[in-house]
Design a protein around this ligand. Structure first.
Ligand code: 5GP
Length: 116
């Protein structure tokens, strides 16, 4: 079992500001927000380390992460203004927690990004 601090958040062993939950996805505010809205969406029932570990059978799960973010954006009223979703894979992307997660960033005009 790949246990990370996100596993502890799922099990409520460490606190998090949880803003979204369904049977398969948990959404909580990032502890170091990079935008006025910065929420992480993670699978609750499977701790896949990275995007590179995904298998074809994970397609529905990945779709549910994206749909959860889109539903949250609509519910919170910022879908019309727009938002960004990001998934970091390994070192060059700056991945620090090895439990698959999707970042939702919103609430401001976001700058472009890339290699510096
Ligand atoms: P990554 O860099 O792996 O794509 O994203 C991991 C994210 O987890 C980072 O944006 C980081 O700020 C966030 N994070 C790290 N530790 C905690 C924590 O204990 N609680 C919460 N809510 N977020 C965390």
């Amino acid at each position: 079992m790949n246990d990370t601090l996100f596993g502890k958040i799922i099990r409520r062993e460490i606190p998090a500001d949880i803003v979204y939950e369904d049977d398969e996805v948990l959404g909580f505010r990032d502890i170091a927000p990079q935008a006025p809205v910065h929420v992480l969406f993670i699978p609750k029932n499977e701790a896949i380390p990275t995007l590179d570990d995904l298998q074809p059978g994970h397609a529905e799960l990945v779709g549910k992460l994206v749909l959860a973010a889109a539903e949250y954006a609509r519910r919170e009223g910022f879908a019309q203004n727009g938002y960004r979703v990001v998934m970091n894979c390994r070192e060059d992307a700056g991945q620090t927690v090895f439990h698959l997660h999707l970042h939702l960033l919103a609430g401001a005009r976001l700058g472009h990004f890339g290699a510096r």
